[in-house]
Design a protein around this ligand. Structure first.
Ligand SMILES: Nc1nc2c(c(=O)[nH]1)N[C@H]1C(S)=C(S)[C@@H](COP(=O)(O)OP(=O)(O)OC[C@H]3O[C@@H](n4cnc5c(=O)[nH]c(N)nc54)[C@H](O)[C@@H]3O)O[C@H]1N2
Ligand SMILES: Nc1nc2c(c(=O)[nH]1)N[C@H]1C(S)=C(S)[C@@H](COP(=O)(O)OP(=O)(O)OC[C@H]3O[C@@H](n4cnc5c(=O)[nH]c(N)nc54)[C@H](O)[C@@H]3O)O[C@H]1N2
Ligand code: SF4
Ligand SMILES: [Mo]
Length: 659
């Protein structure tokens, strides 16, 4: 029997494999033996005929791919890297990579090639939360754990559909509700999560800042904030208080679409609750003011002192299995390594550690900037930017201009592969081992369960081959993931609060290691939390007579993004179809559209054909299309939060055309 961990979402459930069955690990602290449908079907996706099993190359993207040898592909990539300048090279990574993969890719890019153009799809996902946490509490640190819901009185879930996106955590929420936890869900859709809530608030898209500012203002006006905490441990209170005096309260409430009664019901529940956790995901982060939305939410915890106390705190629900680990390693272009930035002191420390005099000295291109930057070489690993970046028609034109696009994937059917010159086969979950950090700082370990496909390689191994071919043989000479993990552990000592040197690679598989458990105070230089005054600037795309609907996008329970692993004939679960468009009955009536009818959805940037699903779970003038429709981003808008550079995916203006 082998113990491993699920490679899908940020919950990070433990599982066991006995050469026949894959089941939940009942001794695992995170999931107590429970798994969702994705976890259960992990093994099936290894044996599909859509696996990429050999390296392929082609001169240009109009040609067909031809089989090639690993050595030739690696030499070709290294030669192109040598022939260009470091600012023309980009590494586009993924929150689904293992920590060891991330470490090697980051070390190669930032440490040896000397470019900080090393970023990840987490940019489209968690970047707003990262910046929000850093500004308010001083570091990208989640100050509360999932199991804290059992010590809490109120859980506010906003812009998060846990019933479909963090399924096993959702089941824990249900369990906690049985012993008294109250749940409020704030979402423009009456999601499966909302159905389970004590109170559902159908907020209008984009108005979360208004909502949380209204809450903070009430807390201040009615002196319900924690005066001692605010006086001793928080900055900027007077500023916030003064600014709040002039808030257009009626207008703000109107923008949220909530009635006075709805807000009052919420406020009474809030007032009565001693311990409060506020959790959020893409409904807040993926916004042109994603950082501000985070800050408005975190303000409420700083005002009430409901942070660094059991059962309390702002809980960002990371989506991917190792988005947290990737951030810890330094896999964002805005950080160097182990949460260190690009200041002289950090660059010096990292240069000494890696024994390199070529360490990147300034921030690089974010994932959302790479395609627009006239790169010469783009290496994409474990993610599918052409599928997931906004304004796809534009992104397709941009990627076509990059002379060398390398795709490292375990499967053959991504959207980006259509634009790649080289495809390299990686070993997927089950064929490899390594560590990942789940959404609440728990470092867990995936184990190899089956043999490695003959010509596939481990993701880190592929980066190591490139590094060696570039001449960095001494620094990239790892025999296995354990060696990489141990070097990374040593490196975490460079940044005190991140030190994980106590963890033991061989034991993590049995007992996961939680880092940061001793941190009980803000990580800002003055050890105080920072309040920020933020306002809803109404910057998302406006609806118009021509484009009267707001498009919301998101997950369904049994599918994983582009579906290379989940949307297979053998695993396809019928809980929800892959392709539908939720429309309110009133809107459907006005358009003369029947349930099940084919429709065209059009934005200012592109269009797609889908099937109408007429339902009251969506608000009027909003529509919802799931991410399992691979064409979703033909519609979305490439406008970004100015600080996190995360896209405003959720708020594109669209029209619906009968066909
Ligand atoms: N089954 C499944 N699970 C997954 C994934 C998957 O592909 N499939 N992906 C994983 C990943 S990478 C991620 S990031 C997470 C995402 O986890 P979630 O963010 O929980 O998933 P989404 O379906 O994107 O839900 C976002 C919710 O925000 C709401 N929303 C949209 N706009 C607004 C707004 O302005 N304000 C508020 N308050 N709400 C709004 C939407 O209606 C939607 O219900 O899921 C992870 N889990
Ligand atoms: N409209 C809209 N767009 C969105 C979002 C949204 O809510 N709305 N959400 C955004 C978010 S939060 C995210 S996280 C992204 C997700 O977007 P992507 O990361 O592009 O989605 P995935 O389908 O998970 O892509 C993972 C890729 O890795 C490959 N793969 C699987 N296993 C392995 C392996 O072991 N090694 C390697 N090298 N490859 C492997 C898979 O075949 C697949 O091609 O989408 C973003 N885009
Ligand atoms: S909840 Fe997430 S980690 Fe757990 S089994 Fe489901 S997909 Fe895997
Ligand atoms: Mo994500």
């Amino acid at each position: 029997m082998i113990k491993s961990v699920c490679g899908y979402c940020g919950v990070g459930c433990g599982l066991e494999y006995d050469e026949k069955n894959l089941i939940g690990d009942i001794t695992y602290p995170i999931n107590d033996g429970k798994l969702c449908s994705k976890g259960v079907s992990e093994l099936i996706s290894i044996q599909t005929d859509t696996r990429l099993l050999r390296p392929y190359i082609r001169e240009n993207i109009e040609n067909n791919f031809e089989l090639c040898k690993w050595g030739d592909a690696i030499t070709h990539i290294a030669n192109k890297i040598k022939a260009t300048t470091k600012d023309k090279i980009g590494f586009y990574l993924s929150g689904q990579l293992l920590t060891e993969d991330y470490y090697v890719a980051n070390k190669l890019g930032k440490g040896f090639i000397g470019t900080a153009n090393v970023d990840t799809n987490s940019r489209t996902c968690m970047a707003s939360a990262v910046v929000g946490y850093k500004k308010s509490i001083g570091a990208d640190f989640v100050p509360v754990r999932m199991n804290d819901i059992f010590s809490s009185d109120l859980l506010i879930l906003t812009g998060a559909n846990t019933a479909e996106a963090h399924v096993v955590f959702h089941n824990k929420i249900k369990k906690a509700m049985k012993s008294g936890l109250k749940v409020v869900v704030i979402d423009p859709r009456f999601t499966d999560t909302a159905k389970n809530a004590d109170l559902y608030l159908p907020i209008k898209p984009g108005s979360d800042i208004d909502f949380f500012n209204l809450l903070s203002k009430r807390l201040i006006d009615e002196e319900l904030y924690d005066q001692e905490f605010v006086a001793n441990r928080v900055n900027n209170f007077e500023l916030l208080k003064n600014k709040f005096k002039r808030l257009p309260v009626t207008k703000m409430l109107k923008r949220t679409g909530l009635s006075k009664e709805q807000f009052e019901d919420f406020f009474q529940l809030y007032k009565q609750s001693e311990n409060i956790i506020t959790a959020w995901t893409m409904g807040l982060n993926q916004s042109i003011q994603g950082v501000d939305k985070n800050l408005a939410l975190i303000n409420t915890h700083l005002l009430t002192g409901k942070i660094f106390k059991k059962g309390n705190g702002p809980l960002s629900l990371t989506g991917q299995p190792n988005a947290m680990g990737g951030r810890e390693v330094g896999g964002l272009a805005t950080m160097l390594a182990v949460h260190l930035g690009f200041d002289d002191e950090s660059v010096k420390k990292v240069s000494q550690f890696w024994k390199s005099d070529n360490v990147a000295k300034e921030k690089g291109l974010t994932a959302t900037q790479m395609l627009e930057a006239n790169l010469d070489v783009l290496i994409v690993c474990h993610t599918d930017p052409i599928y997931h970046l906004p304004n796809r028609n534009k992104m397709e034109e941009l990627i076509k201009k990059i002379p060398l696009v390398v795709e490292i994937n375990a499967y053959d059917n991504s959207e980006t592969s259509k634009f790649a010159h080289i495809k390299l086969p990686a070993a997927p979950w089950g064929e490899k081992e390594g560590t990942q950090t789940n959404l609440d700082r728990t470092i867990t370990k995936q184990e190899r369960l089956t043999r490695l496909s003959i010509d596939a390689k481990l993701d880190w191994e592929i980066f190591q081959l490139i590094a060696q071919e570039l001449g960095y043989k001494e620094a990239f000479n790892y025999e296995n993931s354990k060696e990489i993990f141990q070097e990374y552990q040593e490196m975490t000592k460079l940044n005190g609060y991140m030190d994980i040197s106590e963890a033991n690679y061989d034991l993590i598989g049995q007992v996961p290691f939680v880092w940061g458990e001793k941190i009980s105070n803000f990580l800002t230089p003055d050890k105080k939390g920072n309040l920020f005054f933020v306002e809803n600037k109404l910057l998302s795309e406006k609806t118009s007579l021509e484009y009267p609907y707001i498009l919301l996008t998101g997950r369904t329970r049994d599918q994983w993004h582009s579906g290379t692993k989940t949307n297979l004939p053998k695993t396809l679960l019928k809980y929800k179809p892959l392709d539908f468009c939720e429309i309110h009955p009133e809107d459907a009536k006005a358009l003369g559209i029947e349930d099940g009818e084919q429709i065209k959805v059009v934005s200012r940037r592109g269009e797609l054909i889908t099937t109408a699903f007429v339902t009251e779970t969506i608000n009027e003038k909003n529509i919802f299309i799931p991410l399992s429709n691979r064409g979703i981003n033909y519609l979305t808008n490439d406008i970004y939060d100015p600080e996190s550079l995360e896209p405003d995916y959720n708020h594109a203006a669209v029209k619906i055309v009968k066909i």
